[in-house]
Design a binder for this molecule. Structure first.
Ligand code: AKG
Ligand code: FE2
Length: 345
């Protein structure tokens, strides 16, 4: 079940951005206008050459093929150590299926508002239709509509690509370690629709956050604008979509379990003046029933345990809510070494 806050949450009026766009507003409502320091610099969005950094690309077929294995594992390893993000090509997922998912998601977002609002997102929650992570009346809003669903247990599929190979090479861990630890994993899907915005320089599609999940997989809609950006060495790096590739990122759960070796990196989405954008995001998290333990193989005198135990006792549910964004909004600390990460509920 989606987490429900145990305290009353007043979120005020939230404009539906698709409806707002239809009214061709002469100015952007104040609740969407970001403080100057948070506004995106559009040069980095519209001219990819202005940013020479690109997130790594991992070829899954090579990871399964012994000839190229070593080189590809090294790439996977540095992607997880240095970036927390990579794109995966030749993943073997049926492209027709991905296309179908995109089509269904678009059909949903194109429904009349009343029909989408049959599934309203309750204030302070992250499930169904609306804006997630709104916890107060004066919080700035994202230029985005979301539809989030939990996946029924019998449909849940474990990802083929838990990034354990580099760990099993360097630390002798079992390659299936995460799969074994997580039990019957929790899976949630969020569809994000970012309509074109007349002033993309003033708004954010999705506020900076890290994902509370173990692993996140993201499909970018065909023909969508470039919108996803990740924070690398204090620079927002745009993720250039590669046709049919999927974007994978490490979530907070794996950052903590690997004692900070793999990074759960802050990311955000920006909007575009003419183009809409769709992303379909699948979050994998450990079973609610499981008590997680740090991978002891990654702890020694040079790498002391960086996280206190309470986070290990969090359920997947609270993990999703202790994402960086939620923590920031609730004024809870980011997972700095030695910090105690509280769960909000
Ligand atoms: O739409 C995107 O590219 C980002 C989505 C995302 O980060 C999320 O849903 O957590
Ligand atoms: Fe995210």
């Amino acid at each position: 079940m989606a987490p429900v806050p145990s305290f009353p949450v007043k979120v005020g009026h939230i404009d539906d951005v698709q409806e707002l766009k239809k009214t061709k507003p002469s100015s952007i409502p104040e609740r969407f206008v970001r403080d100057i320091i948070e506004r995106p610099k559009l040069a980095a969005v519209t001219t990819p050459s202005s940013c020479n950094l690109n997130i790594p690309v991992v070829d899954l077929s090579k990871l399964l093929n012994s000839q190229d294995l070593h080189y590809e594992i090294k790439k996977l390893s540095s992607s997880c150590d240095e970036w927390g993000f990579f794109q995966v090509i030749n993943h073997g997922i049926d492209l027709d299926l991905l296309e179908k998912m995109e089509k269904i998601a678009m059909e949903f977002f194109m429904l009349p508002l009343e029909e989408k609002q049959i599934y309203p997102m309750a204030p302070g929650t992250v499930q169904d239709y609306g804006q997630a992570f709104v916890f107060s009346e004066d919080q700035k809003l994202d230029w985005c509509n979301m539809f989030a669903l939990g996946v029924e247990p019998h449909f849940i599929r474990n990802p083929k690509l838990w990034p354990t190979k580099p760990l099993d090479f360097s630390h002798g861990l079992n390659e299936d370690i995460f799969e074994e630890m997580f039990g019957v994993a929790v899976q949630a899907v969020r569809m994000n629709y970012y309509p074109a915005c007349p002033r993309p320089d003033l708004v954010l599609g999705l506020s900076p956050h890290s994902d509370g999940s173990a692993l996140t997989e993201l499909q970018q809609g065909k023909g969508s604008s470039v919108g996803l950006q990740i924070l690398k060495d204090n620079v927002w790096v745009p993720v250039q979509p590669i046709p049919n590739a999927l974007v994978i990122n490490i979530g907070d759960t794996i950052e903590v379990l690997t004692n900070g070796r793999y990074k759960s990196v802050e990311h955000r989405a920006v909007t575009h003046q003419e183009k809409d954008r769709l992303s379909i995001v699948t979050f994998y998290a450990p079973s609610y029933e499981i008590e997680l333990g740090l991978l002891q193989e990654l702890v020694d005198e040079n790498n002391p345990c960086k996280y206190k135990r309470s986070i290990m006792e969090s359920t997947a549910c609270t993990m999703l809510l202790t994402s960086f964004k939620a923590r920031k909004l609730l004024s809870l600390p980011k997972s700095e070494p030695t910090n105690h990460i509280e769960t909000p509920y």
